[in-house]
Ligand binder design. Structure first.
Ligand code: NAD
Ligand code: UDP
Ligand code: UDP
Length: 340
């Protein structure tokens, strides 16, 4: 066979014969749910660079867009499917990176019941798929499973401090349920699982109206609008550049550890410090304005990444001050506002 398809009539190996029908030259078929989104599209870029990989993206375009994947549309090793993960999906793959879920608070709060369905039913469907075809599945869980954490920095063994019925719960509790499902399919059905606890990530291709703090500040600095620091401004976050994140996710998928493993940058900043950094790097004349916060906002967040260092040999390389200008450049291009 020249096209990579099986022609022999011998009994096909379990679990799924169709997994062998790969594009010529490729030996790994990878599904990325949420692959049209911010982290997903950068992950797809990295996976597509390897000629041994065939990549299928399933995305409903709620917060993602085809634009993020335009350089791969039409490529013989790439397929893009408009699909909502709350519906069953039949494909034959070796690995599943399961990212589908809105990540920005304004979007996951927009339709909280749908967010919960995406996390529960969507994750169950992807696990059912992984079980049927014998694929390894990685879930992008979140630092939000720690809620408003009572220990600092957060280690994976910490069970968290999460409000079960607040406005953020659809996301926090949704991801906690998703983690539970992952481990239950692993223990009960032997599915090979990987869980990444992703901390705040930033970089090119974030939606400009995404509502998250780094994208807000950069757009505001470019437009000469005041940087909106939500009170008290002393709350902290740790920001990981997207190329480091993608690196961590791929290492986790390839390694032998189920996780959960924190993937994030331990550099911790208050929101006021972040605003000062954006001001210095992008627009020294811009003002900083205090505005009201939203309910249940975690007061501090910083990953303990000892496990990622030890088990994956991973640690982030890009510092905030180096990542911000890369994101600024992308925002300026998309907004059509050149630096002068
Ligand atoms: P994003 O919103 O840019 O991407 C999510 C993608 O999933 C989008 O393309 C969206 O259209 C798609 N999607 C949403 N619901 C879907 C559904 N029901 N069916 C199919 N597709 C669906 O977000 P992101 O920042 O790229 O986040 C990716 C993953 O990483 C998410 O699982 C998120 O929870 C997790 N995460 C991200 C961060 C972060 O700081 N960016 C932090 C923690 C966890
Ligand atoms: N599923 C899917 N694709 C598959 C196999 C299963 O989307 O290739 C879905 C299936 O529709 C079900 C879910 O995954 O809703 C869980 O599957 P599982 O086999 O664990 O459960 P069951 O079908 O027995 O309820
Ligand atoms: N925040 C802010 N200004 C904004 C948007 C967010 O000060 O314009 C703060 C918000 O109160 C929170 C932090 O930035 O403390 C991170 O918020 P984001 O929505 O980016 O992500 P989260 O970590 O809450 O999911």
């Amino acid at each position: 066979a020249t096209n990579g398809e099986r022609t022999c009539t011998k009994p096909l190996p379990s679990p799924s014969p169709l997994r062998n029908a790969k594009f010529f030259g490729a030996n790994m078929r990878i599904l990325v749910t949420g692959g049209a989104g911010f982290i997903g599209s950068h992950l797809v870029d990295r996976l597509m660079e390897n000629e041994k990989n065939e990549v299928i993206v399933a995305d409903n375009y709620f917060t993602g867009s085809k634009d993020n994947l335009k350089k791969w549309i039409g490529h013989p090793r790439f397929e893009l499917i408009r699909h909502d993960v709350t519906e069953p999906l039949l494909v034959e793959v070796d690995q599943i990176f399961h990212l589908a879920c809105p990540a920005s608070p304004i979007f996951y709060k927009h339709n909280p019941i749908k967010t919960m369905k995406t996390n529960m039913i969507g994750t169950m469907n992807m696990l059912g798929l992984a079980k049927r075809v014998g694929a390894r599945i990685l879930l992008t869980s979140t630092s939000e499973v720690y809620g408003d954490p009572l220990i600092h920095p957060q280690v994976e063994s910490y069970w968290g401090n999460v409000n079960p019925n607040g406005v953020r719960s659809c996301y926090d509790e949704g991801k906690r349920v998703a983690e539970t499902l992952m481990f239950d399919y692993h223990r009960q059905h032997g599915v090979e699982i990987r869980i990444a606890r992703v901390f705040n990530t930033y970089g090119p291709r974030m939606n400009i109206d995404d509502g998250r703090v780094v994208s807000n500040f950069i757009a505001q600095a470019i437009w000469h609008e005041p940087l909106t620091v939500q009170s008290p401004g002393t709350q902290t976050r740790s920001f990981c550049y997207v190329s480091d994140m993608v690196d961590g996710l791929i290492r986790l998928m390839q390694g032998d550890n189920t996780g959960p493993i924190n993937i994030g940058n331990p550099g911790e900043f208050t929101m006021l410090q972040l605003a000062e950094n954006v001001k210095e790097v992008i627009n020294p004349k811009v003002e900083i304005k205090m505005v009201e916060n939203t309910p249940d906002d975690p007061r501090q967040r910083k990953p303990d990444i000892s496990k990622a260092k030890e088990l994956l040999g991973w640690e982030p390389k890009v510092k905030l001050r180096d990542g911000l200008p890369l994101m600024e450049e992308d925002f300026r291009t998309r907004l059509g506002v050149p630096r002068n």
